[in-house]
Design a protein around this ligand. Sequence first.
Ligand SMILES: [Zn+2]
Length: 125
Amino acid sequence: MKRDMKLQRSFANVKEDMAHLYSYIDTMRNRVVELEDTNMRLISAMTVLGEIVAAGQKRQLDCQKHTVKKVSYKPKVRVVASKTGKKAHLNSCAFAKNMKAINKREFSSKTSARKAGYKLCKCMK
Ligand SMILES: [Zn+2]
C-alpha cells in the first residue's frame, strides 16, 4: 500500500511536469508567431526602404545626365578706339558710345590698345 502511494505520487509529479512543458511549448509558439509578425513588418519596411533608395539612385543618375555644360566665357570688350581717332576709350565712355560702329576697333585691354598706337582717354586714367 505504501508502495502504491509512492507510485501514485510519482505519476502526479510527472503529470505536473508535463503540464508545465505543454504550457512552456504554448508560450514558445506564441513567441514564434510574434517573431514571424515582426519579421513580416521588417520585410515590408525594408521593401519600402529599398524603393526609396532606388528612387534616390535614379534621381542621382538623372542629375548626372543633366550636368551643366561648360559655358565658354567670352570676355566683354572693355576698350574701344576709332579707326579715325587717336584715343582709346572704355566702352562706357561717352566718346565710345558716339563712335560709329564701322570705325570701331575693339581691344581686350588698355595694353593692347596702346600697342596698336592709341593713347588712353581720361576715362581710363
Ligand atoms: Zn574716353
